[in-house]
Design a protein around this ligand. Sequence first.
Ligand code: GRF
Length: 187
Amino acid sequence: MLASGSGSNLQALIDSPRIRPHLRLVVSDKPDAKALERARSAGIETRVIRFADYETRDSFSAAVADAVEDAGCGLMILAGFMRILSSETVDRFRGRILNIHPSLLPSFPGVHAVAKALEAGVKVTGVTVHVVDEGVDTGPIIAQRAVPVLPDDDEVTLHARIQVEEHALLPAVVAEVIAGAIQVGAP
Ligand code: GRF
């Protein structure tokens, strides 16, 4: 699992008894990410791989991929990981990288998806779990849940409502992948 921030989605996976035994490694580019604390508390191996320690995005990305492979992980899950993986890494893990994104893709890809939905005035937004390809939030969609935008919402209240759905959707998808109900992997 790759995370740069609070790791509430990681926590949702940790809290699933079906999924917890499959979580082998949490990688963060931010040494102070709360996600790392959550992983340590759950007894999951952690690695910090700082972007600044590498000359290029490709070499940073390769280090992340090496760590994931060394830990024997078959699946890479991105949740709030704020670095774009190189096309080489995407190719190496073709079809085996999942991302969770706080909008109904293909609407509002990239950063600030919640703010963009508010700015656009949509009445419904949501959450998407998708397979990562070379683009930014463009890969095949696996599952989505809709979330209403309420008249008084700001970015904080809307994101909080989206996160409630994220914490249900991501474990549901990962559990299905583990059970073999969703096939991921190189075509
Ligand atoms: C989530 O909203 C996810 O959709 C986005 O970044 C956020 C990460 O939250 N990609 P957390 O670190 O799991 O709490």
